[in-house]
Design a protein around this ligand. Structure first.
Ligand code: ZN
Length: 395
């Protein structure tokens, strides 16, 4: 973009002196370049500063030879309202996750609301209200896609049309409400899809008293867009069922922090064996009984990379570009036109390994130095990760 295309009101962000760029794209996880420019919250140019027009920047960040990556996406959270969760009585849990590199979250149902309505008009009203309050209020800047109704028996096609017309774009985890049978779930998932609403299904044993087992036959019959926590939330299905789910459909393979870690590694390995690693996406499934995990997505990247023998730059794609593509988001990938949602990070101080990727492949977390959402700086040095060896700064 040239200066003559800029008007006085445009916001221009220049990030210079980048060491390496993680793209979020499996097919090319590392990009050449030392500079990224965003105009009005969207990436406009990526390359070498000597070839780029960095004049008239509203904000310039000196990355200090560290790494730039897309902001991480948590594909599976259970928010309720604002930056508060009644589940563990915690405030500012979303801000804490931003300090763990997460810039986008996707609700799998606002199930922890005390007194959550289960009648159809009530659950629709709550989904619409949740969608609105997170659209109108981003905690610490984090993009929260919420308003995900939990399916109950008796819902009809018109209900899905009403939800869609009102702006609802997600279903809560299928199986958390009274709809647990494959046939009913399959019909409702179809109605949701018809009206542009994405679906996720709970997979595995019951998560809390009152929820039930969802085995591979129900998951396959329901055919939701995402096989939610294929590694259980908390209890995983037997190994043969996990492998069968990967092999028998093309839906998203979601691995969560609050599940069974061994089963998560199995699901990821199976995806690679069938050459479908683009289906692997990551979530925390928090807040939940296990609490909230500010570093949950980073921990999943380090776990899958180190114990699963996957290059760290590929593991980053699970939490960025893969999720963005599966979820049809305009973030998660560093390329022109996408949202300027970034993290700037580096190897943790005193961590082993020649560089950040090597230290992650050895099981260590990186240090987050800054986050940027829609081209605006949203946090500086993380208060939650280990300290980064080098830090970026706003010039
Ligand atoms: Zn679940």
């Amino acid at each position: 973009m040239t200066d003559k295309n800029m008007t006085d009101t445009q916001e221009k962000l220049v990030i210079r002196h980048i060491g390496r760029i993680l793209s979020g794209k499996l097919e090319a996880p590392l990009l050449d370049g030392d500079c990224v420019i965003a105009i009005d919250g969207r990436i406009s140019d990526i390359g070498y500063e000597t070839d780029m027009n960095t004049d008239n920047a509203s904000t310039t960040i000196d990355a200090n030879d560290t790494w730039l990556a897309p902001g991480l996406i948590d594909s599976h959270v259970h928010p309720v309202i604002g930056d508060y969760t009644p589940r563990q009585q915690q405030i500012n849990w979303i801000d804490s996750c931003l300090h763990g590199g997460v810039t986008t979250m996707i609700s799998a149902g606002e199930v922890h609301l005390p007194g959550r309505p289960k009648d159809i008009v009530g659950l629709k009203a709550m989904a619409i209200a949740s969608q609105r309050w997170y659209e109108n209020f981003r905690p610490s800047g984090v993009k929260m896609h919420a308003g995900a109704p939990v399916l109950e028996e008796g819902m009809e096609e018109q209900d899905f049309k009403d939800l869609s017309d009102a702006g609802v774009k997600l279903l809560g985890e299928v199986g958390l409400g009274s709809v647990k049978a494959g046939e009913t779930a399959a019909q409702m998932v179809k109605w949701a899809r018809k009206y542009g609403i994405q679906s996720t299904i709970h997979t595995g044993g019951p998560s809390i008293p009152g929820s039930g087992l969802i085995d591979k036959d129900i998951v396959l019959e329901a055919d939701a867009d995402i096989i939610g926590h294929i590694n259980g939330g908390h209890t995983a299905l037997p190994d043969d069922q996990i492998m069968c789910l990967c092999e028998s459909c093309t839906r998203g393979i979601e691995i969560v922090h609050n599940g069974n870690e061994r089963a998560g590694l199995l699901a990821m390995r199976t995806a690679f064996e069938i050459d479908q690693s683009e289906r692997v996406i990551l979530g925390t499934d928090s807040p939940a009984g296990s609490g909230v995990q500010p570093l949950g997505i980073l921990r999943m990247i380090a776990l899958l990379s180190s114990l699963g023998n996957v290059p760290a730059e590929i593991a980053f794609c699970f939490a960025t570009g893969n999720t963005a593509r599966m979820r049809e988001l305009d973030s998660g990938i560093i390329e022109p036109g996408k949202s300027a949602d970034f993290i700037i990070l580096d190897q943790a101080q005193h961590s082993p390994g020649a560089d950040m990727l090597e230290s992650i492949q050895q099981g260590n977390l990186p240090g987050i130095g800054m986050s940027v959402i829609d081209g605006k700086v949203t946090s500086h040095r993380s208060r939650n990760t280990p300290p980064a060896a080098r830090l970026p700064r706003v010039c």
